[in-house]
Ligand binder design. Structure first.
Ligand code: AMP
Ligand code: ZN
Length: 152
């Protein structure tokens, strides 16, 4: 827990929130500035700014709970144009993270006027270097996995 973190304060009930579901490790609640009706957040109760700061055991519940929130959103939010949704998780200011406590956005996409707008240009550099970067990434992943083995 971090004393100045707004999401830690929500976890401790020091500030109000609209909670959807919680366990000892995870909390789901409504985003206060929704970009679409039903915009929700799923967070680990463990305080850490970026995904890689969170120990594995505090991440295992996140996707199963996010999946169920998505199913609940499909039941709860009317969807004349379809039942899509985006899962978004920003890390770092440059990547549009505003709250430095890991959070997964669940954003219903019901029509073209609300929800997440996604569109990215293809990187010429990324394309040109794809094989070179793949080789480096494969080796780097091996090093990461050796120092921090995945235990499931
Ligand atoms: P991000 O840009 O990924 O860090 O997103 C931060 C999200 O937290 C935004 O969508 C905000 O609307 C949301 N947020 C900030 N403060 C609160 C709060 N007190 N309760 C619920 N959601 C919040
Ligand atoms: Zn926090």
């Amino acid at each position: 827990m971090s004393a100045n973190c707004i999401f830690c304060k929500i976890i401790k009930n020091e500030i109000p929130s609209l909670k959807i579901y919680e366990t000892s490790k995870t909390l789901a609640f409504m985003d206060i500035g929704p970009t679409a009706p039903g915009h929700a957040l799923v967070i680990p109760k463990y305080h850490g700014a970026k995904l890689h700061n969170i120990p594995d055991e505090h991440l295992y519940e996140i996707l199963p709970i996010a999946k169920r929130i998505a199913l609940a959103l499909d039941l709860a939010i009317e969807s004349p144009e379809g039942e899509g949704y985006n899962v978004l998780q920003n890390n770092g200011r440059i990547a549009h993270q505003m709250v430095d406590h890991v959070h997964f956005h669940l954003i219903p996409k019901r029509d073209s006027t609300s929800g997440l707008v996604v569109g990215w240009p293809e990187s010429e550099e990324g394309k040109a270097k794809i094989k070179e970067i793949h080789a480096k990434l494969e080796a780097a992943f091996k090093a990461v996995e050796e120092s921090s083995p995945i235990k499931i």
